[in-house]
Design a protein around this ligand. Structure first.
Ligand code: TXA
Ligand code: MG
Length: 346
């Protein structure tokens, strides 16, 4: 398939004509990759199950992994959910457009293909002018997972999308770097109490403050090992309620080890191991973020992982971030998966 890639640097007339063309593709049941503030998304009309099925195919993604539905205004929630509560209004008012996804009871119009067979639907309004313009012009809610091949780090730069999706989809809207860099915080509002299913840049404390009630973390987020679909039910570990959390994710080709402890000890240990491995002829990559630069780490993690693949390193040595910081916790959630939960405490 021929893939048209449009580079958009500002929302001028030329850009709008490209977005209009992209919206036309969505209307006809095709796929378009587009930028959001978190990561690039791979979009299809969320209410058209044939269109949505193409997403799974293009990504090579398991069909029971539900998608996030993107809308451009709060009024569009009515097309997707029966839930109407002050808490939804409060969160929408405060954080949309933004990196927050709400899981709500779905309306029958939302196909099972979009929700992975669940009776809930995940929804957000992305904070990116290109995404908003595209959704408005398409005139439909847009289902979009991250625009990477399944298992690869989410794309946070235009070139990442081109690498993964060229030849697989008709159009990519490319618009530079994603400002947040990790995927949205997913909060389940379909049950008794608001629960974070996937941590992100918006923290439990910020959400709780906005709604005036506590927001809990899904217990599976606190497990420091891989949740294994094969052994579930025998090992006693709680299965994640967000189905996407159970798959191998963000995995670079090289083996990856995370070093955890005091920052200066981490740096020392990584230096020693690097020299040892290089003496054995191994190519070693290092991922070490500045201490307490949590937002920068979020912005760069996926790009750094992809660079490691490009540089064809044999081994990645990474420094852990403090999980006491909620954004550090969210970045570590991805880093731990990338490393298959291989952590060395120093
Ligand atoms: O920042 C983001 O959220 C990006 C951009 C493109 O918006 N999208 C994204 O989508 O990360 P995706 O499909 O890669 O991740 C969706 C996550 C998965 O962990 C999935 O299991 C969870 O949201 N999810 C979706 N619908 C759900 C539902 N009804 N109930 C529970 N979890 C759901
Ligand atoms: Mg993803």
């Amino acid at each position: 398939m021929k893939t048209t890639i449009y580079e958009i640097t500002q929302l001028n007339e030329e850009a709008l004509s490209h977005i209009e063309e992209a919206a036309g593709i969505l209307k006809k049941g095709g796929l378009v990759a587009f930028p959001t503030e978190t990561v690039y998304g791979l979009g299809a009309n969320a209410l058209d199950e044939v269109a949505v099925s193409k997403i799974y195919h293009a990504k090579g993604r398991p069909g029971d992994n539900p998608l996030i539905v993107h809308i451009a205004d709060v009024a569009s929630l009515d097309r997707l959910t029966t839930q109407k509560e002050p808490i939804i209004e409060k969160l929408a008012e405060r954080f949309w457009p933004g990196p927050l996804t709400l899981v709500l009871q779905k309306k029958p119009a939302v196909p099972a293909m979009t929700t992975g067979g669940l009776n809930t639907v995940a929804v957000r309004i992305p904070d990116h002018p290109v995404a908003l313009e595209l959704i408005r012009r398409a005139g439909c809610p847009v289902a979009a997972p991250s625009a990477n091949l399944s298992g690869k780090p989410s794309p946070t730069r235009g070139k990442h999308v081109a690498e993964d999706m060229t030849g697989r989809i008709p159009m990519i809207l490319s618009a530079g770097d994603c400002s947040v860099g990790i995927e949205s915080t997913v909060v389940d509002l379909s049950g008794d109490e608001p629960t974070i299913l996937r941590p992100g840049i918006l923290t439990a404390a910020e959400l709780a403050e906005a709604i005036g009630t506590p927001v809990s973390l899904d217990p599976s987020l606190l497990l420091k090992k891989a949740w294994n679909a094969e052994t579930d039910g025998t090992g006693g570990a709680p299965a994640p309620r967000s189905p996407g959390m159970k798959y191998t994710h963000y995995a670079p080709r090289a083996e990856m080890l995370i070093f955890s402890g005091k920052q200066d000890r981490i740096a020392e240990e990584i230096k020693i191991r690097k020299e040892q491995q290089e003496a054995l002829g191994k190519k070693v990559g290092v991922i070490l973020f500045e201490e307490n630069e949590f937002r920068r780490a979020a912005g760069d993690l996926f790009a750094r992982l992809r660079e490691m693949d490009e540089e064809q390193v044999d081994l990645i040595l990474a420094g852990a971030l403090s999980e006491e910081n909620a954004i550090g916790f969210a970045v570590m959630n991805r880093m731990l998966k990338s490393a298959g939960y291989h952590v060395i405490t120093v």
